[in-house]
Design a protein around this ligand. Structure first.
Ligand SMILES: [Ca+2]
Ligand SMILES: [Ca+2]
Length: 76
């Protein structure tokens, strides 16, 4: 049951992705816990169409999160 819900959510996110490609949300909008770092989870929750590969490539200092500078450089 939960698994099916998650698959449905994933498909829904994918459907929204192409429409959202043109722009990324404001850094502050994505940073749900306001620690000035964006985790992959926060990005996904905010609807940013980012994959783990892109996230890791963008995380140049490899601390597992994106700061505002790293976020500004991501190319989706
Ligand atoms: Ca955060
Ligand atoms: Ca980082």
């Amino acid at each position: 049951m939960l698994k099916n819900t998650m698959i449905a959510a994933a498909v829904g996110t994918f459907a929204m992705t192409s429409a959202a490609l043109a722009q990324t949300p404001e850094f502050s909008t994505v940073d749900a816990n306001e620690d000035s770092l964006l985790t992959l989870e926060e990005l996904n929750s905010a609807g940013v169409p980012i994959t783990e590969d892109i996230f890791k490539a963008a995380d140049t200092n490899e601390d597992g999160a994106l700061d505002s500078e790293e976020y500004s450089r991501i190319e989706l």
